[in-house]
Design a protein around this ligand. Sequence first.
Ligand code: HEM
Length: 753
Amino acid sequence: MDSSKPAKAVKDVVEAAAEKVAGVLTPDVPGAPGSAPPTVEEPTTPHDPLPPKAEQGAPETRTPTGAKTGAPTTANGQQGAFLTTSQGARLRDTDHSLKAGPRGPILLQDHHFREKITHFDHERIPERVVHARGAGAHGLFTAYGTAEKVTKAGFLKKGRETEVFVRFSTVLGSRGSADTVRDTRGFATKFYTDEGTFDLVANNMPVFFIQDAIKFPDIIHAAKPHPDREIPQAQSAHDTFWDFVSLHTEAQHHTMWNMSDRGIPRSYRTMEGFGVHTFRLVNAAGETVLVKFHWKPKLGVHSLTWEEAQLLGGIDPDFHRRDLYDAIEAGAYPEWELGIQVFPDTPEETFAGIDLLDPTKIVPEELAPVQPIGRLTLNRTPTNFFAETEQVAFHLGHLPPGIDVTNDPLLQGRLFSYVDTQLTRLGGPNFSQIPINRPHAPVNDMLRDGFHQHAVHAGVAPYRPNSLDGGNPFPAGDDENAFVDVPVTVAEAPKVRANPVSFDDHYSQVRLFWLSMSPVEKEHIIRAYTFELGKCYHQAIKERQLQSLANIDPVLCAEIATGLGLPAPQPTVPLADVPPSPALSQVGREWPSDGRMVGIVVDPDADLDGVGQVRRAVFAAGMVPLLIAPHGGLVGDLPVQRTFATGRSVEFDVLLLAGASAPAPDAIPAREATAGAADSAAVDPRVLLMVEECWRHAKAIGAWGGGVTVLERAGVAGTPGVVTGDSGAEVFTAVQRLLAAHRVWERFPASVA
Ligand code: HEM
């Protein structure tokens, strides 16, 4: 690059590049890397860094102590047109080290070489000890004002808008593991309120494996890969997990949630979130209530099928993060309502006989409805994964005035654990000054120095009381909105290592969950347990878990025992007589389908006008059309997103067939499923496989014109959820209606009622 040339405006560069590829690119389909299309030739005219993509956001530019800077968020990104050292000196060459002659050796004085390599050598930081794999997004929380009576928290006052950052995660896998494994999902939200940051560090399941935080290393050691061989990665289908949960039966409730469809969500956008613990809210008059927090997704709660989850682990291990980013880029902003279940703050801390301090128990919504208090919209993807998603640090102790903790022994332990691990993970005590963690409230602490100190503290008296800094900082009084720990009475009691007796019931709510499932959901639960226990090596562990299952439900136990080839034991405790909670089932309602993926198989000789119309209709419905054709590039003037070789059914929520594509030249029978059967000659075997898989996974399928032939060849014509019509538009409308129920449930056989 010639450093004497003037830098060109970013706008010119982006526009010139866009013009060059106009007509070929499809900016309306999300997923393009970079904010401008690349040119074939290497760009050589100097210009400022390209802006982030339109849907990307970054942490607001605040000082380390919370003040607004007024600078654009890009001020934290790289500046200027020219390559520099970390000190800003322009560099002519970064491809050759400084050597004594062309054949070396390299000279020690080559500062640029040493800086570049040294920094690279230290690029990795420890991944989170749990929840290592995650994806984040920025958004906005708008309060309804409905919580004003029960809390003085300012961000919950009517109409108040608060910036948020959310990180979703799996628990067990390493940072590079697959998204779609069977696991609990984290749902952690940082509200940057002007009264201090509030972190709601939640999961997509309302109960936890353990009742006391001291057991956390035990459950995690049991669930992580075996320490000798370090297998299996990111899954619970192995001996140590089932060894622990069958011995430590308070884990049975959470385990059944994991074995249910909740363990394999369709998308982060279709997950509920639960604060799990009971929290205490306090209003301006000092009155308190106990609450449980719930996130309710606008799109409903939906899951993958087990086969989809497994296929996606290989075909698209990034399925959930891609879905999150693509939905935001497409403008289908993920939304949740925040709700609370409210309970009187009584000395017993129970509600309807349920101990509110026991994190293995729920309070059914039928007993205490979830009352909406605000709306969360995720509308910007991060600009830089490491800076934002990796460095974000949540903590349950980050509470604004008006929200307080309870004595739940799991919650109490978490209050210690997060900051302790973050000291190591983020390399010192100043991680609250990293841009994504900076509060949006004025910070005046007396914490000083330490690694990576960004603040430049003035004054000489970081202690209290002082007179040398004029007494600053001052304690806030009652009228100055101080955080006040609610003066809850702690009952006089001996110091013991013991649980309340109410924590001893390990089975009644697991049975409640089981009885609340529809037949198809029960079937999935049976298959999940049978698979996971079937992967265990030792029979003793399977037998022990069967005993717990017998204590939950005899039918459940018998079905799984049959699959394992073992006798079903008799219950050792009376079966609980509990009414089901219909709110726990995912089946039987209709939901919006924003941001869903519509696969459209195109035959180059087929009705391309019709395909163009359907494509526009899919966009208009807030969904994303992906055209699948025998080859890449264009079909007519329509851009192709997947070929028969690169597309697979699991990427789509519904499938439309616009033609009957004959086998493409690359459909050579090979030793893989996509090569299809020998008698599939008239239709490309990969298209037939897509149809078969979509049918098996109970997805809606539509066809018109030549596409109807494909349905016939696949043997699915006329079956439930397979629609045909005269035009693509008509077929799409029918398929969209089916998608509202997420799946064509009647296609799933169920062996249990
Ligand atoms: C109700 C029970 C729990 C829930 C809902 C929960 C949720 C979460 C979530 C969502 C994250 C990921 C945060 C992120 O995205 O950065 C996380 C991380 C973590 N959790 Fe928990 N957790 C629970 C119990 C516990 C317990 C009992 C402990 C320890 C005593 C614990 C220790 C940790 C640690 C060490 C991390 C990693 C934090 C970091 O490196 O920043 N968790 N948890």
